[in-house]
Write a protein that binds this ligand. Structure first.
Ligand code: GDD
Ligand code: MG
Length: 335
């Protein structure tokens, strides 16, 4: 089985973390997000993953110099310019010579979805494309997908205004596609699979969907990037993973509560880190408080500073001693 993994986006919602590192190379409890995604693919029988790259492709090429990741063979398709989700699929499939039924996934989704069940439904229905659906509380930031009793998709509504979604079942970002779908995607320009390709397939009655309540999180926002990591240490995804890396230093008199502390990070005496993530080499100064926030790689939180409500600091960013940051980005994401 071959899978095209879309990892070429700019990851704007995760800035400033993604100003230096593409979203899917950010660590999730010490392991690059892409590696977690590809390991799940391997467990589902995928042998070859084609990484559809655009933004900062070198980060992936350098991380996997022998073109293997979690036991899967990697292939790379680097877009000359962003082609959006369907354009990226067409480009990657052409580059890698994909000519039979294949899988596509959004590379920022961490899920326990049963891909074999999706593949089986696709074959049973004789579908041209079949997508996995997951239930969420607020469908407005996703692709909303009402279906008939037999799984036929009735509409595909990408990011409807709040309160206007006809169902809370949304596109979970894993698809089984026939090669004929590629012929529907115009070449050489941006094409959105959500806004162009799926609505056309709906019109032809050839798009099906499988509802699944398996674990599912799109880790593409600060809130969800934080949540998936706490889920790993809380044991929601198999055996609980250690929250504090053995090479991290938590000084006597520091409090680390329900937080991920990655390799080489330091928490000084009197500091408190709660419901948060410290990336490798981050430093939290004496008496500082980090609550529900993300401290970037090598970033320094000054003594007595307070970070709360999804504050995010970027690579090497410094927070002055005594500063109070609430829901802030350092440096400012739009700068
Ligand atoms: N190669 C390439 N080129 N990849 C891209 C491009 C591009 O131009 N644009 C986005 N991607 C990649 C991103 O890196 C990400 O892995 C994936 O495509 C989806 O993009 P996001 O920006 O994360 O989309 P989203 O989260 O707002 O919405 C999508 O995912 C939801 C589920 O997580 C849509 O597919 C929704 O319908 C869906 O519900
Ligand atoms: Mg996403």
């Amino acid at each position: 089985m071959k899978a095209i993994v879309l990892v070429g986006g700019f990851g704007t919602r995760l800035r400033p973390l993604t100003l230096t590192t593409p979203k899917q190379m950010l660590p999730v409890v010490g392991v690059p997000m892409i590696e977690r995604v590809v390991a799940k693919l391997a467990a589902n029988g995928v042998t070859d993953a084609i990484l559809s790259l655009g933004y900062r492709p070198d980060a992936f090429l350098e991380a996997y110099p022998d073109d293997r990741c979690a036991g899967v063979r990697l292939h790379y398709a680097v877009e000359p310019e962003p082609l959006d989700t369907a354009g990226a699929v067409r480009f990657a499939a052409t580059e890698a010579g994909v000519d039979s039924r294949f899988i596509v996934l959004n590379g920022d989704v961490l899920t326990d979805l049963d891909v074999a069940a999706l593949w089986a439904l696709h074959a049973e229905r004789g579908a041209e494309a079949t997508i996995a659906l997951t239930p969420v509380d607020d469908p407005s930031r996703y692709g909303v997908v009402p279906i008939a009793a037999d799984g036929r998709v009735e509409a595909f509504i990408e990011k409807p205004p709040p309160g206007e979604a006809p169902t809370n079942w949304i596109n979970a970002g894993t698809y089984v596609l026939e090669p004929s779908v590629l012929d529907r995607i115009p070449a050489g320009r941006k094409v959105s699979i959500e806004r162009e390709t799926f609505p056309r397939l709906v019109e032809d009655g050839s798009l099906f969907a499988l509802q699944s309540s398996a674990y599912w999180v799109d880790a593409g926002t600060p809130a969800t990037y934080l949540q998936v990591q706490l889920d790993y240490v809380d044991g929601l995804r198999g055996q609980a993973e250690p929250a504090v890396h053995p090479s991290a230093v938590v000084e006597d008199g520091a409090t680390v509560e329900h937080a991920v502390v990655m390799a080489g990070a330091t928490v000084a005496a009197g500091a408190t880190v709660r419901d948060s993530v410290l990336l490798p080499g981050a430093t939290v100064g004496a008496g500082a408080e980090v609550d529900g926030s993300i401290v970037g790689e090598g970033s320094v939180v000054g003594a007595g500073a307070s970070l709360r409500d999804l504050t995010v600091t970027g690579l090497g960013a410094e927070v002055p001693a005594g500063a109070t940051l609430v829901g802030a980005r350092v440096p400012d994401a739009d700068a």
